[in-house]
Design a protein around this ligand. Structure first.
Ligand code: SF4
Length: 531
């Protein structure tokens, strides 16, 4: 019977139908269709055992659970529908985690801003903490500690900026401590204090100096959602709007990664994701991918999973050693796997904005090469059966109309790119926390053009991608999923047409995407000294 309960809301406690990418669907409001339809498509309930422990849980929460268990605490992750088994009464401390508690991150603010309705993640997070048994446990003195990547959303700074957040926190009787940063070590200290009834700090920001060394990071004890397995932490590219860049870069040795792959495989997971902020940097001390590190990692993952995906990769990393991707393809695309997905932060089509806000993103290339690099990376990716979700930022404080035009031009060049282009409103994170959120009423005509162009591209390409997307669901269940998602895309297309949001590029502007391997002379590769 755990006295320390860790949980998240229902949008996080789901395998998103086995597709991490479908988790994006939890950042939208429920429009026209009832919430239950969105739940079925994007966050079906996670199975649990009789104790309310989920068979899979988010990787970050598994790390915190493992850190506490290794530290001798009686702690477990509990499904939000089964918190009543432990409270009021048994649970003394409730740790909450999430990627976007209150829908304040870029995808949620974009969708909610456009549709003028609360996103599903916010609705579910508030619903979880408003459950009567949670409220009663809180009244009886249970401590609440908030962490995870979106802990900043409950911080005093956010509460002072957004009164509705402050009102909600007061309604639930307050949050004892908000912890920002990597808490693998600190969680033991704060939970010990909470259990002893000692005074708790309201807000803790862990600095990069507090970040645990690789050997101090506990390995998860139970399976993670969609087999997500971390291979390292941190990113050295230094983009001004990103919080990841403030962390030191660390890579896990293969043995540590294998330990967690085994746990997921033993739980019956056959499709898994390798996670880092740039998977192709694995094992590298600089910005040059290390083939001798990366290929064994791919082979190891393939030993445990039938289908291996990646969380993130950078355009410049792909293009620094373009010959590496075909080698990775030959390892991963065997057996039943014919493709893989990844998220890529493309951010903009403007070299000027790259220079101003994210010069490290293009290194070791020049900012002036960025649009061409992106188009060639698109060719390289599709040639090697990688179909990514590419994010772009709308409303960066430094953005001008000319920058937006350059991004629209890039979208037109990417018209045949088998990918999803996702524009997202700027959110003040990283080195830009003093700036304000970009909001719907700030969207210019040009930015609207950019967003409708991305929507039109997305409708066109997502239809084309459905076949491969559900290839690992053969037979009847695959057909059901495909039919359901085809219906959903048709629905979006219908609404977009009704509202005049379909926006195709002019035919003469489209250029074919080019792979650097087909045209090796196009971008001269820089020579980088390898340490
Ligand atoms: S490349 Fe990505 S992870 Fe790295 S600092 Fe830039 S936005 Fe963050």
């Amino acid at each position: 019977m755990p006295e320390v309960v860790i949980t998240s809301d229902w949008t996080m406690m789901s395998d998103h139908n086995g597709k991490e990418f479908l988790g994006f669907g939890t950042t939208t409001p429920a429009m026209v269709l009832p919430e239950a339809a969105y739940r079925r498509l994007f966050f079906p309930p996670m199975k649990t055992d009789e104790a309310g422990f989920p068979v899979m849980a988010s990787y970050g929460m598994r790390k915190i659970e493992a850190a506490l268990i290794d530290g001798g605490f009686d702690a477990r992750i509990v499904h939000p529908s089964h918190l009543d088994l432990y409270m009021p009464g048994k649970a003394k401390v409730l740790l909450i985690s999430g990627h976007d508690y209150l829908g304040l991150n870029p995808p949620s603010t974009t969708f909610a801003g456009i549709m003028k309705k609360e996103p599903l993640n916010r609705v579910n997070f508030m619903r979880m903490l408003r459950q009567p048994h949670v409220v009663e446990a809180r009244r009886q003195g249970m401590k609440i500690i908030a962490g995870g990547p979106c802990a900043w959303q409950l911080s005093p700074a956010t509460r002072s900026k957004l009164t509705w957040v402050d009102d909600f926190v007061k309604e639930i009787g307050g949050v004892d401590t908000v912890v920002e940063g990597e808490a693998d070590l600190y969680v033991r200290e704060i939970v010990a204090k909470a259990l002893k009834g000692e005074p708790l700090p309201e807000h803790v920001i862990l600095s990069p100096r507090d970040a645990p060394a690789v050997e101090q990071i506990s390995s998860m004890r139970y399976a993670s959602i969609n087999g997500l397995t971390e291979i390292g932490r941190g990113c050295c590219r230094g983009c001004s709007f990103c919080s990841v860049t403030q962390r030191p870069t660390r890579w896990y040795p293969l043995e540590k990664i294998e330990e967690e792959l085994k746990i997921n495989a033993a739980a019956g997971i056959t499709d898994g994701l390798l996670h880092s902020d740039d998977v192709m940097f694995y094992g590298s001390p600089n910005i040059m991918p290390r083939e001798e590190k990366l290929l064994p990692l791919m082979s190891l993952a393939k030993k445990y999973y039938e289908h291996v995906g990646w969380s993130h990769v950078a355009v410049a990393t792909l293009m620094t050693k373009p010959n590496l991707l075909p080698k990775i393809h030959d390892i991963l695309c065997t057996g039943t796997q014919s493709w893989w997905g990844v998220e890529i932060g493309m951010e903009t089509g403007s070299p000027r904005l790259i220079t101003k806000a994210m010069p490290g993103k293009v290194a070791p290339f020049r900012a002036s090469q960025w649009p061409e690099l992106v188009v060639q990376a698109a060719g390289l990716l599709n040639d090697n059966s990688v179909f990514p979700a590419c994010t772009f930022i709308v409303g960066l404080p430094q953005e001008t109309e000319e920058d937006v035009i350059r991004t629209i031009d890039l979208f037109d060049d990417l018209w045949d790119f088998k990918a999803i282009l996702v524009p997202m409103f700027f959110v003040p994170l990283g080195h830009l926390t003093s700036k304000d959120w970009f909001k719907r009423d700030m969207v210019s005509d040009r930015q609207k053009e950019l967003m409708t162009r991305a929507l039109t591209h997305g409708i066109r390409q997502s239809r084309a991608l459905l076949d491969v997307f559900f290839e690992n669901r053969p037979g009847f269940s695959g057909k059901i999923y495909k039919t359901a998602f085809t219906g959903f895309i048709d629905f979006i297309n219908f609404v977009a047409k009704q509202k005049g949001l379909i926006n195709e590029p002019k035919l003469e502007k489209r250029t074919p995407i080019e792979s650097p391997l087909r045209h090796p002379e196009q971008i001269p590769l820089p020579t980088i000294p390898v340490r």
